[in-house]
Design a protein around this ligand. Structure first.
Ligand code: TRP
Length: 324
């Protein structure tokens, strides 16, 4: 039977943290055998918020090393850099011409980012961000898209765009569905009502050393309100469930119940299991980053494979819309 097509990407920002890992990347690795997979580094999306050319270059390669060190296999999956497959932007332009601006203006991520920025410096790329995302997925006729829950609304728009295109010009595209994971959202260690982010030491990066992990966890907030219900503790227990053993989880859970828990013990246990979980990753990542030739080869090979599919879709689209 033909495998379903799965497409997903990560932005080339600074290093991923354990929330990115549990929310998206771990699923990429698990799905490689069951789907026909396309994984890319969304370097063009990275340009929608302020960026430095030097950093962009560096973090694009770092995300690639992360992908491979975590277990994405270039022999099984097509792994590439978005900007090295120009058909993404070509399709995005065509999609821009059938996407109502009103749909883009109601996107939560746009509204959030725009409210952080002074109105005059909001760039058009930020507004059109989800249109490029639709192109990323539909260029490969992606059916399944593993994403964190913050991207579900963008995927809904991909389905709207797909439907609009098919209705106007004839059926070309499927309607991609999000593949959500069961893991709870990972929250900031110091402000556990907010999502974990990469900045401010509130997020544990995959590449953090065991000492760094311990230090960050020691600063984690545990009791955020007096009624015994604490977002900080829930977050730590959620992480222990993911990274620790069942025995450990039950041990601390029962201590929580009879109120004998010492949070410093929970934090240190958690630091140890997280550090161990990523020990091999840290080693492999360092080796990969020391071998830029290999990384360049993976990208060239991935771009070639991606382009051969992308070209077919673009030909089909051009034919449908009347471009010669
Ligand atoms: N916007 C996604 C994020 O921030 C990254 C992304 C870009 C993506 N294009 C995509 C994810 C296409 C899935 C499919 O996480």
């Amino acid at each position: 039977m033909k495998k379903q097509i799965l497409v997903s990407g990560l932005r080339a920002t600074s290093e991923p943290h354990i929330g990115n890992y549990l929310g998206a990347i771990r699923q990429f690795i698990e799905k490689q055998d069951d789907y026909d997979c396309y994984f890319f580094i969304a370097d063009l999306h990275t340009m929608t918020t302020p960026f430095e050319p030097k950093e962009l270059r560096k973090s694009s390669l770092a995300v690639l090393a992360d992908y491979i060190a975590l277990g994405l296999d270039p022999k099984k999956s097509t792994i590439f850099l978005q900007s090295q497959v120009p058909q993404h932007t070509e399709l995005a332009w065509i999609f821009n011409c059938i996407t109502p601006v009103s749909e883009l203006q109601r996107m939560t991520q746009f509204k959030d980012k725009a409210s952080e920025t002074n109105a005059k410096s909001i760039n058009a790329g930020l507004l059109n961000y989800p249109v490029l995302m639709a192109a990323d997925v539909l260029l490969y006729k992606g059916e399944v898209v593993p994403v964190g829950d913050d991207q579900v609304q963008h995927l809904e728009l991909s389905r709207i765009i797909s439907r609009k295109f098919n209705n106007a010009f004839g059926k070309v595209f499927p309607e991609p569905k999000p593949l959500l994971n069961k893991t709870a959202r990972v929250m900031s260690l110091t402000e556990p009502t907010k999502k974990m982010s990469k900045t401010g030491g509130a997020g544990i990066l995959l590449n953090d050393s065991p000492e760094e992990i311990k230090k960050k966890l020691r600063k984690a907030v545990t009791a955020t309100d007096a009624k015994g219900k604490s977002a900080g503790v829930d977050n730590l227990m959620g992480l222990l469930k993911e990274f620790g053993t069942e025995g450990q989880y039950e041990f601390f859970q029962s201590q929580l119940k009879d109120n004998t828990i010492q949070f410093s013990h929970l934090k240190d246990a958690l630091a140890e299991v997280i550090a161990n979980h990523f020990a091999k990753f840290r080693e492999k990542r360092a080796k990969l980053l020391a071998d830029p030739e290999y990384l360049a080869e993976v990208l060239a090979d991935g771009a070639r494979k991606a382009q051969s599919i992308a070209n077919k879709t673009i030909s089909e689209v051009k034919e449908k819309v009347g471009l010669l």
